[in-house]
Design a protein around this ligand. Structure first.
Ligand SMILES: Cc1cc2nc3c(=O)[nH]c(=O)nc-3n(C[C@H](O)[C@H](O)[C@H](O)COP(=O)(O)OP(=O)(O)OC[C@H]3O[C@@H](n4cnc5c(N)ncnc54)[C@H](O)[C@@H]3O)c2cc1C
Length: 433
């Protein structure tokens, strides 16, 4: 039987362990550690590594990677079920060794890195000894990478990188960055750029400022950075020359799905809080849960959450079937990416609304959900661009109608049916005039 929405008992046992561990050990960290990837924070360094050891002992470390790279080889559906639980806590992905953008960066290095690069960058990354940055977007344009101008030239045995990047998240506390730069200016637009592994201690990496996003975020982490004569060895090239687009796609499939699966955890929590509030708060002599318009908020939020969850899990299942062939699943991944901000914003709003003034305050997580939804509509490709991708995939097999009218033109269908059943219709005197 191909259709099965159940979880096998052994996996369910693991999920139950993750669920409890996230609630008991990770969620409290969120209130004392502002940036869980920032290893300069002594509180982070004291609290997170011992929990990482417990996750390793449980066999849940870096679940997104195949076993040959120290991961669990769970596949996408199992990974989605795990990440949905991790999504309840901003610290949990770090505790489980699958935080963004490190998880995607690790996938790139695992796939395209040389043995030396894997040893120098992948292994410490997988051991949780350092964190990394992805430095692609530029001030003049992010959605269209063909506009990027940061360039790298070979000078003897060194690449020299010059240019500006924008929203290089976490750069100031990362050990290295994967930098996208033009190396073949005369090639067609999609084969002009290459990827580089650049240690952040390299002279010439000058952070102009860190940009803040979100409500109440005081210190931004999204670097506007200038690379000024940054010299790295020739061997720092990651993947083939001119193939940065292909390399970038490696991380996008999982990154976009992970964004969605983790958000499911926050949506589920909002639904639970809505239900609790509806039966706790009274107005006009009865609990909110008895008001039909409040029931509508709850029903709408439930529908949005459950249908989105099915789309996410089906996409994960498809990636498993396709053996991670992101190209074959790109329409599905784009569909998830389009729906994510819509559903996140809507559920955040429903939940805030029925919590009243408390709901819109910083005491509850709902306004942060609405704010995160705006980020999700932009980061990892704007919604508009994903709609174009989805439409292109949906149109891929479309063919022009053979005649003047569409294939399902009713008069023609009726005439064909009348012809097919003519003998019967004649007996009952029902042949159309
Ligand atoms: C929280 C956050 C973290 C990020 N972290 C990183 C990071 O670590 N590393 C990194 O390199 N980048 C990062 N980014 C940048 C992100 O990848 C870019 O914001 C994204 O690619 C869009 O680029 P842009 O911001 O320059 O918007 P633009 O390209 O200027 O687009 C602006 C708007 O124009 C519209 N638009 C754009 N293209 C089209 C189109 N083809 N059709 C119709 N409408 C269109 C959309 O409404 C879009 O939102 C991050 C962004 C956010 C919000």
């Amino acid at each position: 039987m191909a259709w099965d929405f159940s979880t096998d008992p052994a996996m369910q046992e693991q999920l139950d362990w993750v669920d409890e561990f996230v609630r008991e050990e990770c969620e409290p960290l969120d209130y004392v550690i502002p940036h869980p990837r920032d290893m300069r924070d002594p509180v982070r360094q004291e609290l997170i590594p011992p929990l990482q050891d417990k996750v390793r002992a449980q066999g849940m470390w870096s679940a997104h990677l195949p076993p040959e790279y120290g991961g669990q080889g769970y596949g996408y559906v199992r990974l989605a079920l795990i990440e949905e639980l991790l999504g309840r806590s901003s610290s949990a992905p770090n505790v489980f060794g699958c935080q963004s953008p490190d998880s995607g960066n690790a996938q790139i290095i695992a796939r395209y890195g040389t043995d030396e690069q894997r040893e120098a960058y992948l292994e410490p990354l997988l051991q949780g000894r350092l964190v990394s940055c992805f430095s692609a977007t530029e001030p003049q344009g992010g959605a269209d990478p063909t506009l990027f101008t940061t360039h790298a030239e070979l000078d003897g045995d060194e690449w020299v990188i010059n240019g500006e990047k924008w929203f290089s998240s976490g750069l100031e506390y990362c050990a290295f960055a994967i930098v996208m730069a033009v190396t073949e200016p005369d090639n067609p637009p999609h084969s002009r750029m290459s990827m580089f592994l650049v240690p952040t201690t390299t002279p010439g990496i000058n952070i102009l400022r860190n940009v803040a996003v979100g409500i109440g975020e005081e210190t931004g982490i999204h670097a506007h950075v200038r690379y000024e004569d940054v010299r790295v060895p020739r061997e720092s090239l990651l993947g083939p020359r001119g193939r940065a687009f292909e390399v970038m796609q490696t991380r996008m499939g999982h990154a976009r799905l992970a964004l969605a699966t983790r958000s499911l955890g926050q949506m589920r929590r909002a639904l639970d809080l809505m239900a609790e509030r509806a039966v706790s708060r009274h107005t006009k002599g009865e609990p909110l849960a008895r008001k039909q318009l409040v029931q509508e908020h709850i029903a709408e939020a439930w529908l949005e959450y459950e249908t989105f969850r099915l789309l996410v899990l089906r996409t994960a299942w498809k990636l498993d079937q396709l053996h991670e062939d992101y190209k074959a699943a790109r329409g599905d991944i784009s569909a998830v990416k389009i729906m994510l901000p819509r559903v996140m914003q809507s559920i955040g709003w429903h939940a805030a609304q029925i919590h009243g003034s408390l709901g819109v305050s910083h005491d509850m997580p709902f306004i942060h959900m609405v704010n995160a939804a705006v980020n999700f509509g932009v980061a990892d490709g704007p919604t508009e661009v994903h709609k174009v991708t989805l439409a292109r995939e949906a149109l891929r097999d479309a063919r022009p109608a053979p005649g003047m009218f569409p294939t399902f033109h009713l008069p023609e269908r009726q005439a064909q049916a009348a012809q097919k059943y003519r003998a019967v219709l004649e007996r009952y005197d029902r042949v159309p005039g």
